[in-house]
Write a protein that binds this ligand. Structure first.
Ligand SMILES: Nc1ncnc2c1ncn2[C@@H]1O[C@H](COP(=O)(O)OP(=O)(O)O)[C@@H](O)[C@H]1O
Ligand SMILES: [Mg+2]
Length: 347
């Protein structure tokens, strides 16, 4: 049974350089009790979609229902069945974790006793017991996200919206948040989350909609999307770019589709279905041809690979994500973007 349904959502903003189509005919359909990921690079329209579905902004065209409620006609009823955790944690810095949750309960008219009971329960559930009675000011990035997510759950919503829940978090906090989301889904909550990471969609989502330019450009499970670019990618770094053409010929032999050559001509990679087998064959052929390697290895496809295949363009969103772009061991992305972390303090 479908619990979130959106048809033809369109949203235009004015900007200095003319109108921006934040949404351009976006369709979505999410079955009850499942996790849907909206996967796309910066500016794809993810946040705008979440804003429309959570009644924070109105679309120019299109329609949406959540749990049978018409989002545009009845925003108040819609708000009663949803919870939202934004891209930027919205908590009161001077209140403690517990107080923030208690305050949300009061705003939703849960009553004093029930608000406190629920706040205590969530603080425990989110492993914030030790920090629950300290002001949020001193919280680490991971703790902020957890308290923000807890805030979205105060009213026990049927449908939860998570806008880039782990962007900017360190790998450990990301894993901990993934665990929490997975537990929620087991209890029957429907989740719509947005992300720039194929890996995250892979871990959490039953179904993924890849979005670009305000519309859905591909849909399917993570496996279906990855199949489009091969289950793995074999990557070889050459000692000199002279060997490039021969390397491309060899990778073409074992790859699905065209190999991709880096701009400096020294790294060649290709999607393959059987990673380890293909890597061995590629290495054997390269050796037989006397090609010297700087490095070689396999990696999982990233959003960038999927995106390149679908659109012919690169997203460049993964340039700073060490989990996603780690090429063959030792090859580091050239310009890692350092995620800004505001005053990270250990708990
Ligand atoms: N309030 C706004 N005013 C003007 N342009 C906006 C506004 N909100 C979003 N946009 C533009 O709409 C597009 C989609 O934005 P957004 O939905 O935030 O994308 P995402 O969340 O996928 O990064 C972008 O080009 C963005 O600059
Ligand atoms: Mg966004």
């Amino acid at each position: 049974m479908t619990i979130i349904e959106a048809r033809g959502l369109t949203k235009r903003y004015k900007s200095k350089s003319g109108p921006v189509h934040a949404l351009d005919g976006l369709d979505l359909s999410v079955p009850r009790g499942t996790v849907k990921a909206l996967l796309g690079p910066n500016g794809a329209g993810k946040t705008t979609t979440v804003k429309v579905l959570t009644t924070l902004t109105r679309p120019d065209e299109g329609s949406a229902t959540i749990a049978g409620i018409d989002v545009l006609a009845d925003p108040r009823a819609t708000r009663r069945v949803i919870g939202v955790s934004g891209q930027y944690a919205a908590v009161d810095e001077n209140l403690t974790g517990f107080e923030n949750l208690d305050m949300i309960g009061r705003l939703y008219h849960l009553g004093r006793a029930e608000s406190q009971r629920r706040a205590r329960e969530l603080v425990d559930m989110f492993d914030l017991t030790a920090a629950g009675d300290r002001p949020v000011k001193g919280f680490s990035g991971g703790m902020r996200r957890r308290i923000d997510l807890a805030g979205a759950l105060v009213t026990n919503p049927e449908v939860l919206f998570l806008d880039e829940p782990t962007t900017g978090l360190d790998p450990r906090s990301r894993l901990s948040l993934w665990g929490i989301i997975t537990d929620l889904v087991k209890e029957g909550t429907t989740v719509l989350l947005t992300t720039q990471y194929l890996e995250e969609a892979d871990q959490l989502a039953d179904d993924i909609s890849v979005i670009d330019g305000g519309r859905v450009i591909a849909e399917g499970t993570s496996d279906q999307l990855k199949e489009q670019v091969g289950g793995h990618r074999v990557v070889v770094s050459l000692m000199t770019s002279d060997a490039r053409e021969e390397a491309v010929r060899i990778l073409t032999r074992y790859g699905d589709g065209e190999p991709v050559v880096s701009s400096d001509g020294r790294t060649v990679d290709v999607g393959v279905t059987n990673g380890p087998q293909s890597l061995q064959s590629v290495l054997a052929d390269l050796e037989a041809s006397g090609i010297e390697l700087h490095d070689a290895g396999m990696r999982r496809p990233t959003l960038d690979d999927v995106f390149l295949r679908l659109t012919g363009r690169s997203t460049e969103v993964n340039a700073g994500d060490p989990d996603e772009t780690a090429g063959p061991s030792g090859t580091k992305p050239k310009k890692p973007k350092k995620p800004k972390r505001s005053k990270e303090k250990a708990a």
